[in-house]
Design a protein around this ligand. Structure first.
Ligand code: ADP
Ligand code: MG
Length: 688
């Protein structure tokens, strides 16, 4: 006996404590070569019985013996294996997947056991030919086929994995009698070596084809009749030991095909997910652009390659003077360092026509290290060892005011003189410097004047060396300056110094306050850069918080759409289960779908960002009056620096973003896909 039912009962809960007994103590035994007709009026429990035999439903009590083995201890995967390899099911309503062609429908059950595409296709075509479907019709979808043709396809599908048992639930119920007869003939012909169990309420068919007729009434066996001798089956090979599985690749292809048919909905879902990704891409682009902006701006400072260096020793919170510049000799190891020098006193006041100009002042690097400034300079650089200065626009405006020059014409201040006065230090120095250039800094309305270091130093020493107090200032200066070859090396230089001097704290703003032990570096450019950076980081953080919210919302959207799709595809899931899909396979299909949606929304999101960025820039530029063109720079590569070698990783951030999108969609798809596997699918396949 290959199948035995022992005391099978099935009850359905219909009320709080009410049960309906659909099957009561069924005892039956079947063998290969038999054609069993299960006959009975509608509602007597035929389908319920068949579903239990198919492993689609479990009995409330009793045991189904498969090949002399109890199924009491069967786990899900044993049932899956059984359905996949040992039974083929044919339904009244055909239950073909509507958006698959006949060929694909037949292939599907072979896909589930991992048969290779070429082999699969060939076998499907052979099977279809056997049931009378030619190559041309094989390409049609179920809706393009007649009822008889659909049932032929269903038979071909049931035969696909060469099962031992064919279960047919009213296979002719939806067909006219002529077609019904042809289908019966076909079934008998193609499955003569198998056990066929057919449910019907058609007495004529039951007796004409059945080798045994089981009469069912109200869930009980009324009568068992032996009609004729069963086919003699010699070999007995039950339970195929094939346990191959559907690959993720196949699950992917299946989902792809599914989604092609429902492209509209998939696209809208992906679009919902894309909003978050698009936003993050834009924020990333904006901060990238802002960083590029800052980096460009800091090189426009006249002294952006000059770093002030101090050594702090915590002694009652006072700075201890650096006694010897030799302490900083180690800095010369750095290739970016061009010069180390004493900082000049900064106590002088600048005048134009007796108007004091409240300004920041700095010593320039030697002309040879000022190439970076040239693109932003109107006029020229001070000659080495000269009393020439350059100023920024804010300073120039003060000069224009003081001298009543023509507004808006910064060039008019070129070659004008400014006066330096040290009288506040009780040093009677008072001399003129000439403005030779105007540097086009980021205009923050803070006047700046830059003088030539050597020029200022020798001037101070030559003319007033005898002045006791100035001499003291130069001798006891606590600060030194480091001139870098290139202002872009500012940050890496800072990090290098911190590493060399074993300092963990790199908060430059804090060390600038002088309460930090060790060496501290400051430059106006560094402070400026850090302040801006802080603001940008803060804004970025807030925006990203919002966008994470957007991602959460979009993942909920994706989950809802997938849920809807699970409900809508109940029949399809049922079919998949009926032909042996494991829970895992069904989950895989839905997970693959989620991944595809995630991928799509990632791609759409990033693509959208590229489209929206220039439009946004134009709009903001138009309304704000400032030029925002090229502020959004979506990062196209990432510079990874390992041991001072910089590796450009192309598209790293973009790939990461798309990955995030996929992960979000995957998470969003998890619950719906669980729902899909847990769903009661038998109801969906019911005939009534
Ligand atoms: P049929 O012989 O027409 O195929 P079924 O096996 O489909 O009959 O159903 C047998 C009886 O069990 C019917 O009265 C039906 O209403 C009932 N039934 C089937 N499935 C369920 C269910 N899930 N919940 C409650 N009652 C059910
Ligand atoms: Mg039925």
């Amino acid at each position: 006996m290959i199948l035995e039912l022992k005391g099978i009962s099935k009850e359905f809960k219909i009320g709080k404590k009410e049960y309906f007994y659909a099957l009561k103590d069924i005892n039956l035994a079947f063998d290969k070569g038999e054609f069993i007709s299960i006959l009975g009026p509608s509602g007597c429990g035929k389908s319920t019985l068949l579903n239990i035999i198919a492993g689609l439903d479990t009995a409330s009590c009793g045991d189904l013996i498969i090949d002399n083995q109890s199924t009491k201890k069967y786990k899900d995967k044993d049932w899956d294996f059984y359905r996949k390899n040992n039974v083929g099911i044919i339904f009244q309503q055909f239950n073909l997947i509507e958006h698959f062609s006949a060929l694909e429908n037949v292939e599907l059950s072979m896909t589930l056991v991992g048969i290779k595409k070429k082999q699969r296709r060939q076998r499907a075509l052979d099977l279809l030919a056997r049931v009378g479907i030619d190559k041309e019709h094989a390409m049609h979808t179920p809706s393009e086929l007649s009822g008889g043709q659909k049932q032929r396809v269903a038979i071909a599908r049931a035969l696909a994995n060469d099962p031992d048992v064919i279960l047919a639930d009213e296979p002719t119920g939806a067909l006219d009698s002529q077609t019904g007869l042809m289908i019966m003939e076909l079934l008998k012909e193609v499955a003569s070596d198998k056990l066929i169990i057919m449910v019907t309420h058609n007495e004529k068919l039951a007796y004409e084809y059945g080798s045994k007729v089981v009469r069912l009434l109200d869930g009980e066996i009324q009568k068992i009749e032996e009609i004729k001798n069963k086919e003699e089956i010699k070999e007995h090979t039950f339970l195929n030991k094939r346990d191959r599985k559907m690959s993720f690749k196949e699950a992917f292809k299946l989902s792809m095909r599914n989604m092609k048919k429902k492209f509209g909905r998939v696209f809208i879902t992906a679009l919902a997910g894309a909003i978050g990704i698009c936003g993050i891409t834009l924020v990333l682009g904006l901060s990238n652009g802002a960083n590029a902006f800052i980096n460009e701006q800091i090189t426009r400072f006249g002294s952006s390659n000059v770093v002030t260096i101090t050594k702090n020793i915590k002694k009652d919170n006072k700075l201890e003077a650096i006694k010897d510049i030799k302490e900083f000799d180690f800095l010369k190891k750095n290739e970016d360092v061009s010069q180390i020098r004493v900082e000049l006193p900064e106590a002088g006041k600048w005048y134009v026509n007796d108007n004091n100009i409240d300004t920041q002042q700095n010593a320039l690097a030697p002309t040879s290290d000022l190439d970076f400034l040239k693109p932003y300079l109107n006029g020229k650089l001070p000659k080495d060892n000269s009393k020439e200065v350059i100023v920024n626009k804010a300073f120039a405006r003060k000069v224009i005011n003081a001298l009543n020059l023509k507004d808006d014409d910064y060039d008019s201040v070129l070659n004008k003189n400014v006066k330096l006065d040290f009288t506040s230090l009780k040093i009677p120095i008072n001399t003129e410097f000439k403005i030779v250039g105007i540097v086009d800094e980021l205009d923050v309305d803070q006047p700046f004047i830059y003088y030539d270091y050597d020029g200022m130093k020798s001037y101070l020493q030559d003319t007033k060396i005898k002045t006791e107090s100035l001499y003291k200032i130069l001798q006891t200066n606590t600060k030194f300056e480091v001139v870098l070859k290139n202002p872009h090396q500012l940050l890496s230089f800072r990090d290098w110094v911190l590493k060399e001097s074993n300092q963990s704290n790199n908060n430059m703003l804090a060390s600038y306050m002088g309460n930090q032990e060790g060496i501290s570096l400051t430059s106006f450019a560094l402070i400026f850069q850090q302040a801006l950076q802080m603001i940008i980081n803060l804004v970025q953080l807030v925006m990203i918080a919002f966008l994470i919210l957007a991602l959460v919302v979009s993942s909920i959207l994706i989950a809802i759409v997938l849920f809807a799709s699970v409900l809508e595809r109940k029949v399809e899931i049922g079919i998949l289960k009926a032909i042996g899909a494991r829970k895992k396979d069904i989950m895989r299909i839905f997970k693959a779908e989620a991944i595809i949606i995630g991928l799509l929304s990632g791609l759409i999101g990033v693509g959208l960002a590229f489209v929206l960025a220039p439009i946004g820039e134009k709009v903001v530029t138009h309304f704000s009056g400032y030029d925002f063109t090229n502020t959004i720079k979506i990062p196209l590569s990432y510079d990874l620096s390992i041991n001072n070698i910089i590796y450009h990783i192309p598209l790293l951030q973009i790939i990461l973003l798309i990955l995030i999108s996929v992960i979000v969609a995957f998470i969003a798809g998890y619950l719906p896909s669980r729902r899909a596997t847990k769903m009661e699918v038998i109801d969906a396949l019911r005939d009534e």
